[in-house]
Design a protein around this ligand. Structure first.
Ligand code: SF4
Ligand code: SF4
Length: 227
């Protein structure tokens, strides 16, 4: 999701890399679940996020939609899934009655890094600290520790590849006829989200290593076909 914002208004003005220390550690969020409310359609899900959710709930991508955990939306010309926050309560569907995340080990990438965000520029990305989002007193921690992600080098490559693939595709679709746009949107959804990743192991390192392997087979084909 593209956002036109003044970074100085919402961040501390710094860019962070994995080895940098950042004031993001809110001490396990004890007593707070602010960022699990009222996020509406902003927690976008990449294929790894949906793979993790399917693992957590032992269900398919389509089950996540029919179970009202996620929904699809047209974002910058591409159909993408996001967490479906409940209309009546404004809560994330995975927030339990104790105010904790029911799928903590499988939570999406956006939730892992909050209150950090990603800043993309020149075919790469770094992290920013959003200073107005988390009200808790926070201590310093290493970015790599805070984002709590296994297989970090593969993960960072995946995040970057997926982002710029979508960006290239969005730009390309701007000049395509509506029927071609529709076909590309459905192809993307089918290839990267609806078609299950044949991974049975639930140990995060093994499962995600297998995910990346299968993702990149599909990615190479999609790149050749779409971009
Ligand atoms: S707003 Fe901060 S403390 Fe509250 S749940 Fe989010 S990250 Fe945790
Ligand atoms: S998935 Fe978990 S951490 Fe993310 S918004 Fe929902 S309850 Fe909060």
């Amino acid at each position: 999701m593209k956002r036109n914002i003044d970074l100085n208004e919402i961040t501390d003005g710094r860019f962070y890399l994995l080895d940098d220390m950042v004031r993001a550690d809110c001490r396990d969020c004890v007593g707070c679940s602010k960022c699990c409310h009222e996020m509406v359609d902003t927690i976008l899900l990449d294929p790894l996020d949906c793979f993790r959710l399917s693992m957590a709930l032992s269900c398919s991508f389509d089950d996540l939609i029919t179970g009202e955990k996620i929904e699809l939306e047209l974002i910058d010309g591409i159909i993408l899934p996001h967490l479906k926050f409940q209309q009546n309560t404004g809560c994330c569907p995975f927030l339990n009655h104790l105010g904790r995340c029911d799928i903590h080990a499988f939570r999406p990438g956006f939730c892992r890094m909050f209150p950090l965000g990603r800043y993309y520029s020149k075919r790469t990305f770094c992290y920013i600290l959003q200073t107005k989002e988390c009200p808790k007193p926070r201590t310093k921690t290493k970015v790599s520790k805070w984002i709590d992600t296994v297989l970090l080098p593969q993960n960072q490559k995946f995040i970057n590849d997926w982002h710029y693939f979508l960006e290239d595709l969005e730009n390309q679709l701007l000049s395509c006829p509506p029927e071609t746009v529709r076909q590309a949107q459905l192809y993307l959804l089918h290839t990267f989200y609806r078609t299950a990743y044949s991974v049975s192991d639930k140990i995060p390192e093994t499962a995600e290593a297998a995910f990346y392997q299968e993702f990149y087979k599909r990615f190479e084909k999609a790149q050749a076909l779409l971009v």
